[in-house]
Design a protein around this ligand. Sequence first.
Ligand SMILES: [Zn+2]
Length: 99
Amino acid sequence: MTDLEPPPTRSGCLTEEEVREVREAGPGEVPDRLARHLVSCVRCQERALFGPEPRRRRRRSGSPALPTPVRALILLAIMIAVLALFFYTLNQFVGDPYR
Ligand SMILES: [Zn+2]
């Protein structure tokens, strides 16, 4: 058995038979050839751990929901109030340069 032998399948991943072989093997009993592929292949690791069905990764569908117009206006009002408070406080410290 050498590193030069052709991969188990056309895509290089383990066949269903080989994945089952990995699953049924005891610790340390997985054949070298299969173990060597498993080390570097996430897809086959998942197949060996979770079964033959490819796991669907949960993806968020689209962008998060936009806030309602009322909430957006409230947020805008809060931002403006905080900004006004900031400039008021700044004016207290620095004073009015045009006075
Ligand atoms: Zn693989």
